[in-house]
Design a protein around this ligand. Structure first.
Ligand SMILES: *[C@@H]1O[C@H](CO)[C@@H](O)[C@H](O)[C@H]1NC(C)=O
Ligand SMILES: *[C@@H]1O[C@H](CO)[C@@H](O)[C@H](O)[C@H]1NC(C)=O
Ligand SMILES: *[C@@H]1O[C@H](CO)[C@@H](O)[C@H](O)[C@H]1NC(C)=O
Length: 191
């Protein structure tokens, strides 16, 4: 009798668990295709840094490659502790115009590099960004920053399911308490 009721309780728990899983999977949006659609770069302090180039190139129907090169003119820095590299990352999704979506964070990029796990979403992005760039570097940065033919693949986003739509990611870069550049990246996701 006791054994019977334990068994029943187990199976109903199992049923609830299974329902939850299937509900979760239905609400999860796996990325089937993801592509850059536009990029806009603005240098805010040209004596400090400027873009040598900032562009997209369609390599095939599914592959759009992003390349950019930031030239740093006021190459620092023998004093590492005074070097600060700020990053503001804002996500937008297009509904009726672009609206703030999910993520909005300002952080010290040098600290992030020391412990990437602390900002999970940027950790996911950094993992593929570093494959196409020289961004994996300890502070201070004293050379040009290069992203070379970055192509987005759905496999980069298995940890980051996202609903279909058009997105904009605005990245504002600062140094020494001053915003220096803005990169606006537009992309589209298909489920
Ligand atoms: C480095 O910069 C920090 C912060 O601005 C300052 O406190 C420190 O004295 C500097 N060190 C040297 C060796 O200049
Ligand atoms: C992000 O947060 C900052 C500061 O809280 C705010 O000024 C900015 O408008 C926010 N951006 C978005 C897209 O919500
Ligand atoms: C990034 O830099 C860290 C520390 O220098 C190194 O351990 C890691 O292997 C680098 N990652 C890649 C993909 O090169």
């Amino acid at each position: 009798m006791l054994f019977q009721s334990i068994k029943m309780r187990c199976s109903s728990l199992w049923l609830i668990f299974a329902l939850k899983i299937s509900f979760y999977w239905r609400s999860v949006h796996l990325v089937s295709m993801i592509k850059f659609t536009n990029i806009k770069c603005v240098a805010l302090d040209k004596p400090f840094a400027d873009f040598a180039y900032c562009k997209l190139k369609a390599l095939s129907r599914d592959d759009v490659a992003l390349s950019l090169r930031v030239k740093l003119f006021e190459v620092p820095v023998n004093n590492v502790s005074s070097f600060v590299f700020q990053l503001k990352v804002e996500f937008f999704k297009k509904y009726n115009g672009y609206r703030p979506f999910l993520f909005n964070k300002t952080l010290n990029f040098c600290e992030f590099l020391r412990n990437k796990k602390r900002v999970a979403l940027l950790d996911i992005i950094f993992k593929f960004l570093e494959l196409y760039s020289n961004i994996n570097h300890t502070c201070p940065y004293n050379n040009d920053i290069i992203v070379d033919r970055l192509i987005l693949r759905p496999s980069y986003f298995t940890m980051l399911p996202a609903p279909a739509g058009e997105y904009r990611i605005k990245i504002t870069v600062g140094a020494y308490n001053d915003w220096k550049a803005i990169v606006n990246v537009f992309l589209q996701i298909w489920e």
